[in-house]
Each structure stands twice: as C-alpha cells, then as structure tokens.
Write a protein that binds this ligand. Structure first.
Ligand code: GRF
Length: 205
C-alpha cells in the first residue's frame, strides 16, 4: 500500500476525493498525513474527521508549525512514498523538492503547459481560460520540479467548456474531473503502472 501525504491550503475537495476513492481502488494507497501551510483550513477538518494526522508547515509560524526540514524528516522517518499537492498554494523550497525527486505530484486545473506558472492558481486560472474564450480546458497531474507547473506531465483530462458562461462554471466542470483523475493517477503510481523514459511519462496497462 502506497503511503501518501496530501498537501493542501484550502477546501480540500481533492483530499476528500482521494480518501473516498480508496475503496474503489482497493486500498492501493492510503492518506497517511495531511499537510497545510495554514493552521486552520477546511481540509484539516476533513483530516480530523477521518482521523488522519495533520501537520502545519510554515517557516514564519514557529509556534504552531513545523519547518520544511522537520517536515521532511517526518516524511522520511514515516516512510511516506508520495507527496500529493492538492491545492497547496505556497512555493515549496527547492531543497525539499530536490530531496523528493519524482515523489511529488501536483494537480493543476487547466491543460498545461497553457495557463500555468506564477500566479496561475485557483480562480485566476479559470478567469484566464474564460478571457481567452477557450472551448476546452481540463486537468493536469504532473511531477513537481523547482519550476512552477513545469514538471513532466503524468495525465490529463480535457473538459468541454463550450457551454460555460463564467469562470465559476468552468471551475465546477473542471473540478469534477479533478476528483476522478487524481485518485486514478495515485492508484497507478501505487500499482507501479507508470514508466518514465526520455522525459515522458507513459501509463501502462
Ligand atoms: C483545485 O482546483 C486544484 O486543481 C488546485 O487547487 C484547487 C484545490 O481545490 N491546485 P480543493 O482544495 O481540492 O477543493
């Protein structure tokens, strides 16, 4: 069973979909710890409800939060196999990213390499897609490297947004697919069903 840490900053609907999908994927993975840069967030309430360990990480708030070094020690000592960024809004220090090479994945609510990079998070993404009058948007799950949204792509799902009349409607359509794609990718990683070669990720059957 793959032990995962889910990093969140807000609502945590992707965290919930990961937890809810464990049965569907026959417990190939388990959310072992939820990490947030905020002491209070709805995602932590979800963690609490399911009895999952919570860790706050922040270099600024030393009273209630761990540093990235402490967090990294915890993840290593507890044999966490994969870190899943699901709406984690803070830039992760390069040292931390380097330590967990090919062990950090992120979900992005658009089809990368478009609509990614600095400042492209949450509704900003859907607003930009809306302003370009795009008819297709989607979801990308990718490995994380030190460049925002530039790590190699693992999986994508396109979403028809022809009938969406606001950024909010686009967000709703995309989020539904996020909730399916992320658990599917984590399950594949758990079952060793992805290969990386020539800077390309292939899903294998
Ligand atoms: C999702 O749209 C995800 O793609 C993005 O942040 C949002 C998090 O939503 N990275 P939630 O907290 O999982 O509801």
């Amino acid at each position: 069973m793959l032990k995962i840490a889910v990093f969140v900053s807000g609502k945590g609907s992707n965290l919930l979909s990961l937890i809810d999908s464990t049965d569907k994927y026959r417990n190939s993975y388990r959310v072992d710890v939820v990490v947030s840069n905020k002491v209070d967030c709805s995602a932590f309430e979800i963690a609490e409800k399911f009895g999952i360990k919570k860790i706050c990480v922040s270099e600024a708030n030393r009273n209630s939060c761990s540093t990235y070094d402490e967090l990294s020690d915890y993840l290593v000592n507890n044999n966490i196999d994969l870190i899943v960024l699901a709406g984690f809004l803070k830039k992760i220090p390069e040292k931390f990213v380097d330590k967990f090479e090919n062990k950090i994945i992120n979900i992005h609510p658009a089809l990368l390499p478009s609509f990614g990079g600095f400042g492209m998070y949450g509704m900003n993404v859907h607003q930009a897609v809306f302003e370009k009058s795009c008819k297709v948007s989607g979801v990308t799950v990718h490995f994380v490297n030190s460049d925002y949204d530039k790590g190699i792509i693992i999986a994508q799902k396109a979403v028809d947004i022809s009938f969406a009349c606001s950024p909010r409607e686009i967000a709703e359509l995309v989020l539904k697919e996020e909730h399916k794609l992320l658990p599917m990718v984590v399950d594949r990683i758990a079952r060793n069903k992805i290969r990386i070669a020539n800077n390309r990720v292939c899903l294998v059957n």
